[in-house]
Ligand binder design. Sequence first.
Ligand code: FAD
Ligand code: NAG
Ligand code: NAG
Ligand code: NAG
Ligand code: NAG
Ligand code: NAG
Ligand code: NAG
Length: 495
Amino acid sequence: MMLAFVLTASLALIASVSGSVVPRNNRSSSSRVLILGGGIAGVIAARTLHENGIDNFLIIEARDELGGRMKSHTFAGYTIELGANWIQGTQTGTGPANPIFELALKHNVTTESNNFVGSLTTFDVTGEVDYLDVFNDSVDAYTALTVTAGARVNGSLVDLTSKTGYALNGARPRDAHEMASEYYQFDWEYAQKPDQTSWIASSWANNFTYNVDQGGFSEDDFFAIDQRGFKALIQLEAQEFLKSEQVLLSSTVKTISYSGGGVQVTMTGGETIEGDYALCTFSLGVLQDDDVTFKPSLPAYKMEAIQSMTMATYTKIFLKFPEKFWFDTEFALYADPTRGTYPVWQSLDHPDFFPGSGLIFATVTGDWSLRIEALSDDQVQGEVLEVLQKMYPNITIPEPTDFLFPRWNSDPLYRGSYSNWPPSFFSQHHDNLRSNVDRLYFAGEATSQKYFGFLHGAYFEGLIVATIMAECIKSDGCVALQHVEEVRNAFPYEI
Ligand SMILES: Cc1cc2nc3c(=O)[nH]c(=O)nc-3n(C[C@H](O)[C@H](O)[C@H](O)COP(=O)(O)OP(=O)(O)OC[C@H]3O[C@@H](n4cnc5c(N)ncnc54)[C@H](O)[C@@H]3O)c2cc1C
Ligand SMILES: *[C@@H]1O[C@H](CO)[C@@H](O)[C@H](O)[C@H]1NC(C)=O
Ligand SMILES: *[C@@H]1O[C@H](CO)[C@@H](O)[C@H](O)[C@H]1NC(C)=O
Ligand SMILES: *[C@@H]1O[C@H](CO)[C@@H](O)[C@H](O)[C@H]1NC(C)=O
Ligand SMILES: *[C@@H]1O[C@H](CO)[C@@H](O)[C@H](O)[C@H]1NC(C)=O
Ligand SMILES: *[C@@H]1O[C@H](CO)[C@@H](O)[C@H](O)[C@H]1NC(C)=O
Ligand SMILES: *[C@@H]1O[C@H](CO)[C@@H](O)[C@H](O)[C@H]1NC(C)=O
């Protein structure tokens, strides 16, 4: 089932590429491929080359382990996930399976079902208040948003913001309960606000992941609690095929020089590594920043695409208390008059996760994430405790014994958490984001049209782009992935 699905996807892609041809490769089987980045996309690309009989590749990774944004950390004696944490969509019957779900099963990575809508306690500035009726309306409003997005696609109507979509459907949050409920459906997934997000593309990402009628996997979310870390699934997969000489860890790329003849990367230490081809899997945030220099500069159409897609930020803030004093549900929603103020709370001290741990975490996104990255840990801890105090007015909130949050946006290896598709971004921009320049190819969560932002998006991109590269290396010529030189208005903007 899985195989058929992937083949179809990759064939469709090969069929859709444009005519421009990368110069013929005449080094065939000895061709060397540099895989830049050892996250999901990089490891799956390496596996794909290996399965195609190409073993002359080298994964170059800045960190001292594989996994990328599957990044675990020991906090108060427990392994917690700073980055990806859920398998989003699993499998329905014998339908298409999320490949991350399959890897978790294969490598026995422990996950627990997590109930996003059915295990929630609601709060506002006055304490615990039941507004689940408002919350339920927001669930329906989100479904309506994806349905009306589909009608726009079908009618060839222009994309607009998700905010516009909501408003046209009659969902216009005004009070704190309505705003927090909408946040939970929307920002908590896309890490950006509805007005910063494409109505059509966000609905695609949702449908292709969760909506079985639309080719999605299932509506389930599985939360990784494996004490080896969620990353174990990709590290164990890598162990099955990867030889130590095929990986270079703790090595940061500074410059990528590319041409029709090959690719050369220069490391921060000055060392140079040559390849006939390279696959860059660095995050969109890294491509947007100046941490890595391309020589020559990437073409204008590519730069426009890179700077037009959004690198969003999603931040989990972990606290350890001497003992649990909070809700028994899996989640809580806090409605503050200022939208996005520490709204989502997730209990880890729960029978299904880490009972008796005293662990809880809050999630913030978008501008709020950027805001707190610029504050000190103590300032953020103070704000978080103030919110807990509002949620529980009748108890004195104890001091946490441990406190931690990652600064994804400040991290030069990521510059954010995952990509989000803004309303000003066209499908042609996306082709340009994904297209190769000469012998330099690109893959990662951001290059996935169907599943941008997700682990499975990174997986499929590693698979599909490496399949194209393998075809190219093994055959006489390489067909370039399509791009357009200029993304133009169908109708001119006029005054
Ligand atoms: C906080 C957070 C929560 C998330 N939650 C989920 C979730 O629950 N479910 C889900 O499906 N997805 C989730 N995601 C998204 C998911 O983690 C990503 O889509 C996926 O891991 C991206 O994989 P990748 O291979 O494309 O990129 P990466 O994992 O970023 O791999 C790229 C690699 O390149 C390396 N690198 C960068 N710059 C350099 C350099 N100059 N030199 C050498 N190496 C370099 C990096 O260290 C990294 O290992 C989350 C992400 C974050 C950050
Ligand atoms: C390919 O072959 C041509 C002619 O045989 C040669 O000039 C060129 O240098 C070769 N290219 C590579 C990348 O080996
Ligand atoms: C899978 O993991 C569970 C606990 O996480 C363990 O009890 C079980 O023995 C493991 N099974 C295999 C086949 O490794
Ligand atoms: C807090 O205490 C007040 C006064 O005793 C009571 O009216 C209120 O219901 C309590 N609030 C909560 C959230 O328990
Ligand atoms: C909200 O929806 C859930 C089902 O998801 C239902 O069990 C619950 O009764 C609803 N609550 C309200 C107040 O409508
Ligand atoms: C999403 O799925 C719904 C329900 O199946 C469908 O009506 C809609 O057209 C889909 N939206 C998009 C953008 O494909
Ligand atoms: C799609 O558009 C066509 C006309 O362009 C219309 O006949 C059809 O009903 C539409 N389908 C949906 C699901 O909206």
